[in-house]
Design a protein. Structure first.
Length: 182
């Protein structure tokens, strides 16, 4: 993946909330499609259980919640910072990541090679991100936030491309949707 400029894959995301007040941990599973184009563009389309679209177009980050018919728009540089999305949107070389993250190799697990990324900023909502590779292919992202919630995204086979169509990362606000600017 490090030398590729664009790609797409299906994904499944499992979010596990830590147990509270003696209750068992809760999990929520969602799935959809993912696409990226370097530098700085990606799109997650969640299809199940709730429809949601997240688009980074290189300037803005758009989040569209279909059920609420609501769009949230934020400046991409502010929104990403030391987030897992920054890992995906970063330049192909590791120097861009090293500005915001401390990177270290970790032991292989589940047939994948893992890299641990810890944000250098200590005031964020992110404890760590592990990125799993099958050879050169992105296979999984394991995110642990500061509240103990874990989100594991597993990608299907990644189809690498030289580029995606010019309008692929252009977000069009749906008619009648409320737009919130943050």
């Amino acid at each position: 993946m490090k030398g590729s400029q664009a790609g797409r894959a299906d994904f499944t995301q499992v979010v596990t909330s830590p147990p509270k007040d003696g209750q068992v941990a809760r999990t929520k599973t969602s799935s959809g499609t993912f696409a990226f184009q370097r530098p700085g563009r990606f799109k997650f389309i969640y299809k199940k259980p709730f429809e949601q679209t997240i688009v980074a177009d290189g300037q803005m980050l758009w989040l569209y919640d279909v059920d609420l018919n609501q769009v949230t728009r934020r400046a991409q540089a502010q929104a990403l910072g030391s987030t897992p999305a920054a890992l995906l949107a970063s330049a192909p070389d590791l120097s861009a990541l090293r500005a915001d993250f401390t990177l270290e190799a970790t032991p292989d697990q589940d047939g994948l090679q893992w890299v641990l990324a810890r944000p250098k900023a200590k005031d964020g909502q992110l404890q760590s991100v592990r990125v799993g590779f099958a050879g050169e292919q992105l296979a999984a992202i394991d995110i642990l936030d500061s509240f103990g919630q874990r989100s594991v995204i597993r990608f299907g086979p990644l189809k690498l491309l030289p580029a995606l169509p010019a309008g692929h990362f252009k977000f069009e606000v749906p008619a009648g949707a409320d737009v919130m600017v943050q």
